[in-house]
Design a protein around this ligand. Structure first.
Ligand code: NAP
Length: 293
């Protein structure tokens, strides 16, 4: 049995699709609203309704599970980033111990052991520590910044030809596409030969600044796109206006500051398997359809 969390999210939905397509094993999902699953997949999986921060739900879902895909959902309204992460890991750790789960694949992030004070990025390392402490066979997927983060600025790109962030215009940083994270997760979930605990960097082939990304967007979208650096204060104010909690706004600003310091400028950990999706291809296949729609 393979158990998949966040089956309606950017990464989880692709993991589900790929695992269902290939699995000889049964598949079970934990989902808050089963109606949000595609009908064609809903009838092929076992559904446990609820949230994976609920220990009763997790205990039920992990009964008989061999492999588990775990992802901590972002909650920009959470009053504490650290508590939010811990709330989504404790039920997993209890259920691993009680159910004989063999393998866990979870979405973490690059920079473990070196990045401090970077909001949800540093908080996520506590997830790795707690899962590893159970002794389960574990793969921690370590992507840098998602290219998909730019999708939150589609409207600004479409209407103003500009996107905004508090990052230096010439700061190069690593990125990856969520499709490559999902593909790696699915591959690991379908393979019951690996053992031990390790990190798996998932890093796209480019090292680009926002200025360089804007140039590629301009070419692909065939309209001028500019990057505009905004102040840290303006960034926090934008987040607050969107209803983001003080802790999450602080964390978001901290991630940007860490990126500016170079957190995402190199891959850390084991030699990086280069994720196949480059920024130009992502713009052609994901950003352009979103901007044109
Ligand atoms: N953005 C980055 O640059 C970056 C970089 C490295 C790592 N990460 C990590 O990547 C993860 C985000 O993955 P993603 O982009 O696939 O997320 P996403 O698309 O935002 O999906 C979130 C999923 O979580 C579910 N969800 C939301 N709140 C929930 C709750 N309270 N209980 C249970 N389920 C809930 C949603 O389901 P419903 O709403 O349908 O119920 C949805 O399936 C985070 O852990 C983040 O730390 C992000």
């Amino acid at each position: 049995m393979i158990v998949i969390t966040t089956p309606t999210g950017q990464i989880g939905s692709r993991v589900l699709e790929q695992v269902v397509r290939s699995a000889a094993d049964e598949v079970r999902v934990i989902v808050r609203d089963p109606a949000r699953l595609p009908a064609s997949l809903r009838e092929r999986v076992d559904v446990v309704t609820g949230s994976h921060d609920d220990s009763g739900v997790v205990a039920e879902a992990l009964s008989g599970a061999g492999s588990v895909f775990w992802l901590i959902p972002p909650n920009p309204r959470a009053p504490s980033v650290q508590d939010h992460v811990i709330d989504f890991v404790r039920p997993l750790c209890t259920a691993i111990n009680g159910n004989g789960v063999e393998r866990v694949v979870a979405v973490s992030t690059v920079g473990r052991g070196i990045t401090r004070n970077a909001g949800v990025v540093s908080a996520t390392y506590a997830m790795d520590d707690l899962i590893e402490s159970t002794g389960v066979h574990y793969r921690s997927l370590c992507p840098p910044a998602f290219m998909e983060n730019l999708l939150s600025q589609v409207e600004a790109i479409r209407s103003k030809g500009t996107f905004f962030a508090p990052l230096s215009a010439d700061r190069r940083f690593l990125t990856c596409s969520t499709r490559d994270i999902a593909a790696t997760a699915a591959e690991l979930l379908l393979d019951d030969s690996w053992t031990g605990q390790d990190s798996v960097p998932i890093v796209g082939p480019d090292l680009l600044s926002y200025t360089e990304m804007a140039q590629i967007m301009t070419e692909v979208l065939q309209r001028p796109v500019h990057y505009q650096q905004i102040s840290d204060e303006a960034f926090r104010a934008t987040l607050r206006r969107a209803g983001v909690s003080e802790a999450w706004a602080e964390g978001g600003a901290a991630i940007m500051a860490a990126t500016d310091r170079g957190t995402y400028a190199t891959a850390t950990g084991a030699p990086a398997p280069t994720a196949p999706t480059g920024f130009r291809r992502w713009c052609e296949e994901v950003l352009k359809p979103a901007v044109d729609s």
